[in-house]
Design a protein around this ligand. Sequence first.
Ligand code: NAP
Ligand code: ZN
Ligand code: ZN
Length: 363
Amino acid sequence: MKTESITNVKTTQETTAVKAFGTDAADAPLQPMNIQRRQPTPHDIEIEILYCGVCHSDLHTARNEWHGTTYPCVPGHEIVGRIVRVGDHVKKFKVGDVAAVGCLVDSCRECQYCQDDLEQYCENGFTGTYGSPDKHLGGQTYGGYSESIVVDEAFVLRVPDHLDLAATAPLLCAGITTYSPLRHWNVGPGQKVGIVGIGGLGHMGVKIAKAMGATVIVYTTSPSKVEDAKRLGADDVVLSKDKEQMKKYAGQLHFVLDAVSAQHDINAYLNLLRVDGALVLVGAPELPLPVAAFGLIPKRRTFAGSMIGGIAETQEMLDFCGEHNIVSDVELIQMDQINEAYERLLKGDVKYRFVIDMASLKG
Ligand code: NAP
Ligand code: ZN
Ligand code: ZN
């Protein structure tokens, strides 16, 4: 890392150049680049990144599939690292502590939602870990595919002591994105819950719903995941391409969590819900998903969405995972394997989350 002054920003201030991996265009591969990190302000923490998970949202964003990406884009919002510097007013953390950062690095902190610990729904727009306006330096924020990051302590999380650090990284997005709706819809004992799409999010959904006491039915398009899903905790597994198998729980499920990243027939899953059941979409495919009115009306079904989780709830999720010994099943990769990892992610060929060993970026 090297300290320098930069002037292409809102204020002229000292920044540090750090190594990162990112892309300059939707159709370009990710490659090494340098980015600037601010010097820690009194409330900031500087974290040397040890591990960063690879979320499908990183791929959607890098390739501009949601049509809002500003380049250069440095993805990564499942960050675990070690604190190397703290500002003078930092109270909750000290140098040497392990710390984590998820999808949010700031919000307005004043609106009704921020006051209610729902920063992910901030009325004035939260600051995402990557691709949001950077309040300090101008330009935009850069994510965790990098050597280090500087974050206000209010948005930094604690990692339970005994959890494996690489396998903890995916909890910061895949974990909280599945935990939050499962909690909000009060999933628990006596309920049958469907989890659709067993990728990074889905496999965490299985583990967390099971730990909450629900009976868990997995819906997968991949025959190779059937046995595995049981190992992850599923009570039953349905191959979703098989129409006969899809009839098994029709009208019986209390809750369905849909974590599919691509186009698929949502009505097939609405049909699984009992009266007053809810299907919550967390997967974010590029194109709209048609919903049949008569998939919703006759059983007073709910079709809803949910986005990540607030900071307090993310800490609650980490503590819950600590208590239940839940981490992600990960495949550790080197930074320069990221383009290959994206191609495999598109094929559903990961069990179940790629995590980048950031030591490989230092070289
Ligand atoms: P992932 O690891 O790639 O998993 C997606 C899974 O969807 C695949 O493993 C596969 O599961 C299934 N799938 C893929 N293509 C399919 C197709 N054509 N038809 C049916 N099923 C298919 O992705 P992820 O990181 O878990 O993310 C999943 C989605 O959630 C992404 O769209 C991501 O952007 C979004 N996301 C949303 C939030 C939020 O706040 N709401 C947060 C994070 C991510 P099977 O092999 O089991 O079928
Ligand atoms: Zn994510
Ligand atoms: Zn707010």
